[in-house]
Each structure stands twice: as C-alpha cells, then as structure tokens.
Design a protein around this ligand. Structure first.
Ligand SMILES: [Zn+2]
Ligand SMILES: [Zn+2]
Length: 333
C-alpha cells in the first residue's frame, strides 16, 4: 500500500537501528510513518519514534514536513536511542565475526573508490584491525602471517618466543661488548665472569622468550589471544594513549610490533653497566650481587614494553638500588 503515495506524501528511507537495509516508506505525517514503518520493519508501534540517521535528531511533524525527500531515518522502538551515524561505530565494534566479514567486504570496496588520503588511512587502519587471524596458530592455518619467516618456525608462538629471545640476546651482546672498555685487567676479568654467569642463567630461562609467547600462562606479557598493551613511558604508571597491538593477528601487525620497544626503566648503557663495572672495582665492599644486575638487564623487573611514541629517548636519571649491588653476606677471600 505504501507504494501508492499521493502528492502530500513524503518518501523517506527508513531502517532499524544498527541495520543497513533501508526501506522506502511514503507518509503524510509522523503518525502515518510510524504506523507504516513499524509494520514494514516488524517492530511494535507502542513507544516507537523516528530520528535522523545522520545526527539522531528526533523527527516531529513540523520537522517532518521540512525534510527533503529520500532523507534517511532510523526507526527506534521503546527504550532505544540513536546518536547519529557515529552510533554505528559502537554497534560495529560489538558485532560478531559474521558481521566483520561483511564489514571487511564493504570497507575494501570503499577503499577502492576512495580518493581522500585521510579516508583511505581510516579505512585501511580499520581493515588492518578487522582482518584478525589471531585464533590461528599453525603455519598452514595462516600462511600469509608466516611470509618471510624461516620454515623452522611452525607456530606463531614459536616465532614470537624467538622474537623476544632475540631482543634479550641483543642486550647480552651489548653487555658483553662493553668488556674492552674496561681499563683494569682485574675488573675486566671479574666482569667477564659476571657475563658468563648471566649467559648461563639466560640459557636456563631460555632468554625469557616466554614474555612474548601467548601459550605461557604466567610470565607472558600478552593476553591469551596475543594482545599486548603499552605499559607507558618509563616515568609513567600506564599508557594514556592506550596503545595496544596483536602481532599474532596479521602479518602487518607482526611487522609493526618490531617498532615496540622492550625498554629498560633503569637504563642499560647509561646506568646499569657502568654501575656494575664500578661496583666490581670496589671489591672491598663485598661480593657482587650479579643476579640483581641480571634482573635489571634481562627481566620484567626492569623492562617495560612500550609503543614507539611512549619510548622516550631522554635521560631516565634513575640509579640502581645501592642496597642490592652487593650480596648481603660478605665473604672474605
Ligand atoms: Zn603507549
Ligand atoms: Zn630506551
């Protein structure tokens, strides 16, 4: 019946909240629109209202008369609200994986036609986050993720574990690389012993690769799905930008994750290593508590995972704990 509209009728495009299918409805006033709309969209008439899709303005009779034809409206049932198309974002984020597939499809087609750089960026970021394959773990389940990765890695977690190991190995290399800078032969020998002790301990803990391995229950820095959250700059308790990343999700995230830093709160080169060398030079103070230095250099006790924006390169100006540098029980040699 709604197809037979007379001249006084206005034609609008009506949809349910959170749905993209639009129905053409012709009506002379809001009352008629609600009665037709509710029957077409199969929602209860009682308590229903219509508002503008664009900004959520509720439509009364006066306003209705002034609206152009083909305006997009949302039919709300009792208790529902609509704040304009921005409301679609929260509906979108709350939707199920089935809807994600549709969303990916439409974002991709929008991206093909889009000319504006800014919109392209928003769409590609959205796609980047929607195309999430984090549930898959094995190479054969997500071959794209493994592109360019050595065939010896069969699972994502194995690779991520290796990724963390490599970072920690890099720190050990830096510690070891400092040896030639030590002038005193005696201190140099002591320093080498400490480096050997650290190496042995790292072999046992497997270079703390567990920090990035989502299969690990306790020491892992990420959620079971693989989400890492930025822990905030060295002088902050948390990240105010709420940076997060799931390198398990897709290849691009995996690559981007390399820009995230495992940052030393008390600085490695500027503070920890010089303090260690200095302490080794003062043998009379007691036996060095090398395990304390180990924890500062290689463990979460002093490491923070940070997004590149939260990685401040300024001087941290933090000292080692003087009470922990030497072992409590002094041994005489
Ligand atoms: Zn951050
Ligand atoms: Zn740093």
């Amino acid at each position: 019946m709604f197809r037979l509209f007379n001249k006084k009728n206005k034609l609008v495009k009506l949809r349910r909240r959170g749905e993209s299918t639009k129905y053409g409805v012709a009506a002379a006033n809001v009352k008629e629109l609600l009665s037709k709309g509710c029957s077409i969209l199969k929602v209860p008439l009682k308590g229903s209202r219509v508002c503008l899709y664009e900004d959520g303005t509720e439509v009364g009779d006066d306003y209705f008369r002034r609206l152009p034809d083909n305006v997009e409206l949302v039919l709300l049932t009792e208790g529902q609200c609509w704040d304009g198309f921005a409301s679609d974002i929260s509906l979108l984020l709350g939707s199920t994986n089935r809807h994600y597939d549709l969303l990916i499809k439409s974002a991709k087609s929008l991206l093909t036609d889009e000319q504006s750089q800014k919109k392209r960026k928003i769409l590609s970021d959205l796609l980047q986050n929607l195309e999430d394959n984090s549930e898959s773990e094995k190479r054969e389940e997500d071959s794209d993720w493994f592109q360019g990765i050595d065939p010896r890695f069969k699972t994502k977690s194995d690779y991520m574990k290796y990724n963390c190991e490599s970072r920690v190995r890099g720190y050990l290399k830096e510690v070891d690389g400092y040896t030639p800078n030590i002038q005193s032969p005696r201190v140099r020998t002591e320093y080498k012993k400490v480096v050997t002790n650290m190496l042995e301990k790292l072999k046992v803990t497997k270079y703390n690769g567990c920090y990035f391995d989502r299969r690990q229950e306790s020491d892992c820095m990420c959620s079971r799905e693989g989400w890492f959250s930025c822990q905030g700059a060295f002088d902050q308790d948390s990240c105010s930008s709420l940076h997060s990343i799931n390198p398990y999700g897709n290849r691009e995230s995996r690559i981007l994750f390399s820009t995230w830093n495992l940052d030393h709160v008390i600085e490695k080169k500027r503070t920890i290593i010089p303090t260690l060398v200095d302490a080794l030079g003062h043998r009379s103070h007691g036996e060095i508590n090398w395990e304390y230095f180990y924890r500062l250099l290689f463990t979460r006790e002093n490491l923070k995972l940070v997004h590149i924006v939260c990685h401040k390169k300024t001087v941290h100006d933090l000292a080692c704990d003087s009470g922990k540098i030497y072992k409590k029980v002094k041994k005489r040699k």
